[in-house]
Design a protein around this ligand. Structure first.
Ligand SMILES: [Zn+2]
Length: 230
């Protein structure tokens, strides 16, 4: 494989995707670190603000739990639990409020049957199967120079790409809900909202970067398949 690696120029597409991901990740870490150190003047912690917003929207049945890990915050629709990392749960920083209410935004998407979220959940098993099987199928196609297998591999990978693309509106919508709620509920002043918005925007960019990276990988599969045909 290392041999192949040096004369295969399409590997540059992989590197480009990797670099995009690293840039996005370091931007979100930087924004989170910066605005984690800035407390909001109203003083609500992430957990308190999320609890109040969930209650106000009739989501008393959604529990909030603390979870270990950094930026491990997520909403679990199956058990209706909003899991916040300790830094977000306990803190009243601009970053913590943004992340906590973004997750509450996912709970609201779930409760209101937001279309892209439903589509995304439906795609999870297909995307998992697709991303697991795409490369083995594709490599078999290359090995046996069998064109139909190459296309099956590409379609399988395409399922994972579609999943990444459907994730984008889900994430952007949760963040725009969060900003509206933080503003309407008086949790943040307009000046404070600037910092929170930067954190949420940086977080959204990590999803954009991974979607782009997977599109580049898909492009690479097309190039490899095309070269085989020549
Ligand atoms: Zn999210």
């Amino acid at each position: 494989m290392p041999y192949y690696f040096f004369y295969d120029p399409t590997v540059l597409l992989l590197f480009a995707g990797l670099i995009l991901g690293l840039i996005a990740q370091s931007a979100v870490n930087g924004a989170f670190r910066k605005y984690s150190a800035v407390p909001s003047s109203a003083g609500w912690t992430g957990a308190q603000a999320a609890r109040r917003i969930l209650d106000e929207n009739g989501l008393q049945d959604v529990r909030i739990e603390m979870v270990s890990g950094r930026l491990s915050d997520h909403y679990d629709p199956r058990s209706k639990v909003l899991r916040l990392s300790q830094e977000v749960y306990e803190s009243n920083s601009l970053a913590a409020l943004g992340v906590a209410i973004h997750e509450a935004g996912h709970a609201m998407q779930h409760a209101t049957g937001y279309g892209p979220l439903i589509l995304r959940s439906t795609l999870v098993p297909l995307a998992n199967i697709g991303s697991t099987l795409s490369w083995p199928i594709f490599l078999l196609g290359l090995l046996f120079s069998y064109q139909p297998l190459l296309y099956v591999g590409i379609i399988a990978f395409g399922l994972a790409v579609v999943f990444q693309l459907v994730t984008l509106p889900v994430e952007f919508n949760a963040s725009s809900r969060a900003m509206q709620m933080l503003d309407a509920g008086g949790y943040l002043t307009p000046e404070e909202q600037v910092g929170t918005r930067k954190v949420l925007r940086a977080a959204a960019m990590t999803y954009v970067a991974s979607a782009l990276a997977s599109i580049l990988q898909l492009l690479r599969l097309f190039m490899l398949a095309g070269r085989r045909r020549d």
